[in-house]
Design a protein around this ligand. Structure first.
Ligand SMILES: N[C@@H](CCC(=O)N[C@@H](CS)C(=O)NCC(=O)O)C(=O)O
Length: 221
């Protein structure tokens, strides 16, 4: 059986969420890097795989799956030795789904409304109200973090999803530990995973730096 192929780029939070899931499962991918700055996602061969032209995309022996949340669930169900990362129990699974939808609809959406302005529209400034929306999202997450992890006392794919975006946003929209103690404690918990830094920490920090650098470049033009 060939390795599953992941179309990916390490700067992308949803790609890193899928990579964290794979590391937790001990699963290896064949990587196909999609350079978004060079607009490789708009090439006809990629558009054929994913007409929404986003990464990540999984090709598992000809089965194509788009959307990081769907990919993570698929990987756990197909390759997980158990259901710990995506519980079969109805209520526990609903908690994970809640957090996955929160990531998709609130956390990532608000981050993307900023990165799109910076990288694709080349705006010199990010309007304050967009930054404020990210801070509000931090607050919503802070208030929901009543357990060690986002969907309860156990680590799940919802943590991988949320931390991929939050760690990226924190690179350029800061939030102190005094203001958001639960978020900081949760990230510290995730940093204890032996594969966290390599799989998420590095790319998240790089994205933060790149946003700042791109804003400076946008101001020069
Ligand atoms: N909800 C999607 C979001 C994917 C997404 O927006 N990916 C961005 C990179 S972070 C992308 O591929 N952007 C390129 C484009 O929209 O053309 C997921 O979770 O997979």
């Amino acid at each position: 059986m060939p390795k599953p192929v992941l179309y990916t780029i390490h700067l992308s939070p949803p790609c890193r969420a899928v990579e964290l899931t794979a590391r937790a499962l001990g699963l290896e991918f064949e990587h196909k890097i999609v350079n978004l700055v060079a607009k490789e996602q708009l090439k006809p061969e990629f558009m054929k795989l994913n007409p929404k032209h986003t990464v990540p995309v999984l090709d598992d022996d000809g089965t194509i799956i788009t959307e990081s949340h769907a990919i993570m669930i698929y990987l756990v169900r197909k390759y997980g030795g158990d259901d710990a990362l995506y519980p079969s129990d109805l209520v526990q699974q609903a908690r994970v789904n809640e957090a996955l939808h929160f990531e998709s609809g609130v956390l990532f959406a608000r981050l993307r409304f900023i990165t799109e302005l910076v990288f694709f529209k080349r705006k010199p400034e990010v309007p304050e109200d967009r930054i404020e929306l990210v801070r509000t999202a931090y607050r919503l997450l802070e208030d929901s973090l009543t357990d060690d992890f986002v969907a309860g006392p156990q680590l799940t794919i919802a943590d991988f999803s949320c931390v991929s975006t939050v760690a990226s946003a924190l690179g350029f929209i800061t939030a102190t530990a005094e203001e958001f103690p639960r978020i900081h404690a949760w990230i510290a918990r995730l940093k204890q995973l032996p594969y966290y830094e390599e799989t998420n920490g590095v790319g998240a920090a790089e994205l933060g730096q790149l946003v700042t650098k791109q804003l400076e470049a946008n101001r020069q033009t």
